[in-house]
Design a protein around this ligand. Structure first.
Ligand code: AMP
Ligand code: MG
Length: 394
């Protein structure tokens, strides 16, 4: 049997880093910057007013009130601002360029708001309400370092610096294919013995949640010819193929039957759930074959695929946030296998408890869990109060 780490390494090695692409800002959210982003200009690029008011020379404000002629009007966006004539005021709006010679902005609230002449009742200290060149960013500064995950503020500053595109690792493209003659698409009637297919929509959502791009191939029956046809039809252009089902020890294990000796290696991994696994390359596309039980499929995604895909997309943090917490109730775990239990964290007491039994068909319990408990291979029993490793599913 393989250890969890051995299988994780095999899958991590299968996935090549996705290519770096110059990507429009709007599509870069959640992706990872590949190179330092330097400022091609200062921010602010010119001295400007932080207030609506009047730009004046402090030297002209010796006593209050003082009335000055308004020598120019400077709305935001003016590109031809003349120097401020001594003994006058310029009416100026927030974000408008400061006229050379002005050294203080008097807010409109301290004046009568005049357009031709303005009465100034009081003034702040020289330099007040002026945003200086490069106060925020200096030309040439590294504003976003390589490895930064692009979110809304990062898109904002990139746009403010005039970048329309960012060099980011593109999303990984994954084909998701479920196998099972018993499967029926949600929304259609069920015959006795049939079940609704849940793995592909669940895995596709898990992929989308980490910024990968899933394509769901309609699930195939337990038929080797149908599976190969499905793979050949849909695998072009994909970075990864993920199948579920058909890899355990019974008869009619379609994925195993179709792909043994075709570049995919099947193995047992010392974990529960998720023991039967497979990985390799199918016609040069990385392929991971997950077990069919829904909880096994999901746990396998969390343990093997999520970190490997995040690494391939350049993410600095590939694992879930992990904490240690005391159990509020005892639990048992099989010897020799790493057990992944659905859990719920009690944020008031700081304790954690298993949520539902370990059965890998208990999908509703997965939907009610907010964390996963990780119980080591050599631990068969934990008492209330014992510390356990907790992955926060967020
Ligand atoms: P298998 O690994 O194909 O033997 O499937 C193990 C169990 O998981 C069986 O009970 C299947 O019916 C179930 N199963 C397999 N694939 C899916 C799926 N896509 N959606 C829901 N249940 C599935
Ligand atoms: Mg099956």
């Amino acid at each position: 049997m393989r250890t969890v780490e051995q299988h994780a390494r095999i899958i991590a090695d299968l996935l090549r880093p996705t290519p770096v692409e110059s990507t429009p800002l709007a599509q870069a959210r959640g992706l990872v910057l590949d190179a330092d982003l330097r400022a091609p200009l200062d921010l602010p690029p010119f001295a400007n007013s932080a207030m609506d008011g009047y730009a004046v020379r402090a030297a002209d404000l010796t006593a209050f009130p003082v009335t000055l002629p308004v020598s120019q009007d400077i709305p935001a966006g003016r590109t031809d601002v003349a120097p401020l004539t001594p003994g006058t005021a310029a009416r100026i709006m927030t974000g408008a360029p400061l006229p050379p010679g002005a050294d203080v902005i008097v807010q409109v609230e301290r004046t009568d708001g005049g357009a031709e002449r303005v009465r100034i009742d009081s003034a702040p200290a020289p330099g007040t309400h002026i945003r200086g060149i490069g106060e925020d960013v200096r030309h040439g500064d590294v504003v976003l370092a390589a490895g930064t995950v692009i979110g809304a503020p990062q898109i904002g500053v990139a746009a403010a610096l005039g970048h329309s595109h960012l060099p980011v690792r593109r999303p990984l493209r994954a084909l998701v294919l479920s196998t099972g003659t018993e499967l029926v698409a949600p929304g259609h009637p069920l015959q006795p013995g049939q079940i609704y297919e849940s793995n592909a929509p669940m895995l596709a959502a898990a992929l989308a949640a980490i910024g990968a791009v899933p394509t769901i191939e309609h699930f195939v029956a337990d038929d080797v010819i149908a599976l190969r046809a499905g793979l050949d039809r849909a695998s072009a252009g994909q970075d990864l193929i993920i199948t579920s089902g058909g890899v355990s020890a019974g008869a009619y294990e379609v994925v195993k039957d179709a792909l043994t000796g075709q570049g995919i290696e099947f193995a047992k991994v010392a974990m529960q759930p998720g023991m039967p696994q497979g990985a390799g390359r199918y016609r040069d596309v990385a392929m991971v074959t997950l077990p069919g039980n829904p909880v096994s499929s999901y746990v396998s995604f969390e343990v093997f695929l999520r970190p490997a895909i995040r690494a391939a997309m350049g993410h600095p943090d590939i694992t879930r946030p992990t904490v240690s917490a005391p159990l509020s109730a005892p639990l048992d775990s099989p010897a020799g296998k790493r057990q992944f239990r659905r859990g719920q964290l009690d944020t008031v007491n700081g304790t954690v408890a298993a949520w539902g039994g370990p059965g890998s068909h208990l999908l509703a319990w997965l939907a009610g869990a907010d964390c996963m408990l990780v119980i080591p291979e050599d631990v068969t029993h934990l008492d209330a109060g014992d510390q356990v490793e907790v992955w926060l599913l967020g």
